[in-house]
Ligand binder design. Structure first.
Ligand SMILES: [Zn+2]
Length: 395
């Protein structure tokens, strides 16, 4: 419902009657959320609709901070997608490109994709100077610590980490160079390296990665966390003790229900929930934030915990604690989620390609970015069509 009397209306938007889950502020209950000037103005009980220019009834829905997707692909990678078209309809207001660009290509990425996007887009810089596609990730000569660190130091507002991925050679050079570039600039590193006999997983997570560094694709068949008996290998718990982080990075080949189910039952939940969103992963697995969250809900994680690991925790991981929460004066980035009930099939990938039956599916109902409604699946923020004024007779 929209109104036009601005004189007494100090709020731009009022989301009324939803279940607000804001883990950063320990909020989980029925509250109204009001925004003003692009920021969160108030989360409170029974805020009067008369105070807001636009009121949307979100009762029965879940209101969370805008989702923060720590692993997506908007540049470089062959399946790169446009952030606004794929993030905003899914409640994702902040997303991190995981290594599509390197120090040679970041400026192009920034100009073409990051700057024009409504979505907050951050970047992890690939240690390969050319970025992600094809041979550069195999070319050690193109992996320069100093040039990578210099580019990060030049754009700390946008570059939040270093990515090392897909190296097929025998040694640790790409990873160790990436870690050095991250160390020199005070950022974290995300790694996607499947183990081979010369580069075993236990050595990587116990000896190479630093506290705060992150293994993505944590439930992938290609880097199995569990053994033949579905037991989580002890060194994963040891690495977690050291502070190594484990990110979902669902993707098109990196999420196995068999591994994820066993791991979660044994207490190994992911530190952060992310999509590894790109064209193939969207088409084959609906690798969106709500669908990935749905899978973890089906595997027994609690909704507030899922929300925390999809908002506040990734915001902190990238060093942006102003995001991922609904605190007063925070940017008014909000997701309104519908926990639908029905007979659903959730699909996994990798070598398994199985379906997991579930009776709940999380669907994004509304997305608010900087106080503006940018996705409204059922027109909750709009007046009824019958209020459309008559056509201009002069045209
Ligand atoms: Zn990826």
């Amino acid at each position: 419902m929209t109104t036009s009397d601005a004189t007494v209306r100090k709020y731009d938007l009022l989301l009324k009657g939803g279940r607000v889950i804001d883990p950063a502020n320990n909020i989980d209950g029925q509250f109204d959320v009001a925004t003003s000037g692009g920021s969160i103005a108030l989360v409170g009980k029974d805020i009067s609709p008369a105070l807001a220019r636009t009121v949307a009834d979100v009762s029965g829905l879940v209101v969370t901070p805008g989702l923060v997707d720590l692993h997506a692909h908007f540049y470089g990678y062959f399946g790169a997608i446009l952030p606004d078209a794929h993030c905003l309809p899914e409640g994702t207001t902040t997303a991190v490109d995981a290594g599509g660009s390197g120090h040679l290509t970041f400026d192009d990425f920034n100009e073409l994709v990051i700057a024009p996007a409504t979505t907050n887009v951050f970047a992890m810089l690939n240690i390969a100077g050319e970025g992600m596609v094809g041979e550069p990730e195999q070319d050690l000569d193109g992996m320069d610590i100093e040039l990578t660190a210099a580019k990060i130091a030049q754009r700390p507002d946008v570059i939040v980490g270093v990515k090392v991925a897909h190296y097929m050679g025998p040694g640790w050079e790409p990873l160790d160079r990436g870690i050095q570039a991250a160390e020199d600039t005070g950022v974290f590193l995300m790694v996607d390296q499947s183990p081979i006999h010369t580069r075993p997983m236990n050595e990587m997570i116990l000896e190479h990665l630093r506290s705060g560094d992150m293994v993505t694709h944590c439930y992938a068949v290609s880097k199995p966390m569990t053994d033949m008996n579905d037991k989580v290998k002890p060194y994963f718990f040891e690495a977690r003790e050291r502070g190594v982080q484990f990110d979902v990075g669902h993707g098109g080949g990196s999420f196995s229900f068999r591994i994820a189910k066993a791991a979660i039952e044994q207490g190994f939940v992911p530190d952060t929930i992310s999509t590894d969103m790109h064209r193939p992963s969207i088409l084959s697995n609906q690798a969106t934030m709500p669908e990935t969250m749905t899978k973890l809900l089906a595997l027994g994680m609690e909704l507030p915990d899922i929300v925390k690991r999809s908002t506040w925790d990734p915001a902190q991981a990238i060093g942006h604690p102003e995001l991922g929460n609904l605190g007063q004066t925070a940017p008014a980035d909000i997701a309104v989620l519908n926990i639908t009930e029905g007979d659903f099939g959730l699909v996994d990938n990798g070598t398994t390609q199985r379906v997991f039956k579930a009776n709940k599916r999380i669907v994004c109902e509304m997305t608010v970015k900087n106080g503006r409604v940018v996705w409204d699946k059922n027109g909750r923020s709009r007046d009824d069509w019958s209020s459309t004024p008559p056509m201009n007779p002069l045209i």
